[in-house]
Design a protein. Structure first.
Length: 367
């Protein structure tokens, strides 16, 4: 039992089977091998010097997953030039390399998906933080205007709750400052910088409902809080530049100049009379009148519609005396409009006889 344990212990340390078998049969144990040196292994057990050195290193280093590869590498490289890699080993290495590259690509894809999911999560948190900040701005505005202590106490509780929510989202996004800085900027600084803020009272306005539409020649706003009319700052600057004689040459307006991009004219609507006239002109261009064309169509034996199947069969039998699928199938489909797979069915339904040798359909009396 001890020999088997020694043999397995040597194999776990990466030593080849022959050397492990030799050492275990000699009665050596792992502890005895640690006390021996290379010369004793070479002289007493007939092992080569390179193998003996590698055995001692493997025993002292202990069992590892890569012990066998390290033992073989030590033995192979001691003799000088390394051996050539076998073709099978090369193919195996290429497969392992391909699997490794595939794993790397999968890891990259997982990282990309993780980044996308992180961005989406941050976007959701940012949208939620923006809505919370807007609500805090409204609550603070109402809180400043409220005079009753009871209502102010309720508003204060709501502000505290919303402030905790904003602080949570602010911390999740790892932003600088505090949520109150965002609220103060939104309440105190943004209305001053905003184009649609009243310069007299600072009240915010919706441009869709605050513009004066009675005077189409001017672009002005009206503040419904203080009832003051004012121009937008940008519009004032542009108007001054246009009216300034020194800078009037910057912008020139030519009323006679056409549009820069080509404009395609819409097609003219054709009336019923115009369509009738065009048809008449086309008929006259062919050299025949409409009455002549209709008369020739009525006198013709061929009609513009599909033929009856029985009529086609009678006509073909009268002309050829027989019907053959290879010869008449296409003409049958075009003339009658029937399906290609129904050819033999209609021949049987008409009571025709099929000759297997010639492949022709004929009447029973003409068989």
């Amino acid at each position: 039992m001890a020999k088997k344990d020694t043999y397995l212990a040597l194999l776990r340390r990466g030593i080849d089977e022959t050397t492990s078998q030799l050492l275990s049969e000699s009665g050596l144990k792992i502890g005895d091998l640690k006390k021996l040196d290379e010369d004793k292994l070479v002289s007493n057990y007939g092992i080569k010097k390179e193998i003996a050195k590698s055995v001692i290193e493997s025993v002292k280093s202990g069992p590892r997953a890569s012990s066998r590869q390290r033992f073989l590498a030590d033995v192979i490289t001691k003799g000088g030039a390394p051996k050539k890699v076998d073709r099978i080993q090369e193919q195996r290495f290429k497969r392992e390399q391909k699997d490794l590259l595939q794993q790397l690509n999968e890891k990259r894809e997982e990282q990309r998906v993780a980044r996308v999911e992180s961005f989406r999560n941050k976007k959701l948190v940012m949208n939620r933080l923006g809505k919370t900040v807007e609500l805090i701005v409204k609550l603070e505005t109402i809180f400043d205007e409220e005079a009753k202590d009871e209502q102010r106490s309720k508003l204060k509780d709501q502000l505290e709750t919303r402030g905790l929510e904003a602080a949570r989202d602010h911390e999740m996004l790892e932003l600088d400052g505090t949520p109150q800085d965002i609220v103060d900027f939104r309440r105190k600084i943004a209305p001053i910088l905003c184009l649609h803020a009243c310069p007299h009272c600072g009240d915010e306005m919706d441009p869709r409902g605050s513009s004066i539409i009675e005077d189409p020649r001017d672009f002005k706003f009206v503040c419904w809080e203080c009832e003051e009319e004012f121009h937008a700052g940008l519009a004032t600057v542009v108007g001054e530049r246009i009216s300034d004689p020194d800078s009037a040459s910057w912008i020139t307006i030519d009323p006679n100049r056409g549009p820069r991009d080509p404009i395609v004219a819409p097609p003219s609507k054709s009336s019923a009379d115009a369509v009738a006239d065009s048809v008449t002109r086309e008929i006259e261009a062919t050299g025949a009148a409409a009455s002549q064309i209709s008369a020739s169509m009525e006198s013709s034996k061929l009609s513009g519609t599909l033929m009856e199947i029985d009529d086609w069969i009678e006509k073909t039998l009268k002309e050829k005396g027989y019907i053959q699928a290879q010869e008449h199938r296409e003409n049958f489909i075009i003339a009658t409009g029937a399906g290609a797979t129904k050819f033999n069915k209609w021949m049987k339904k008409a009571g025709l006889y099929f000759n297997k040798q010639s492949g022709k359909w004929t009447r029973w009396e003409d068989r």
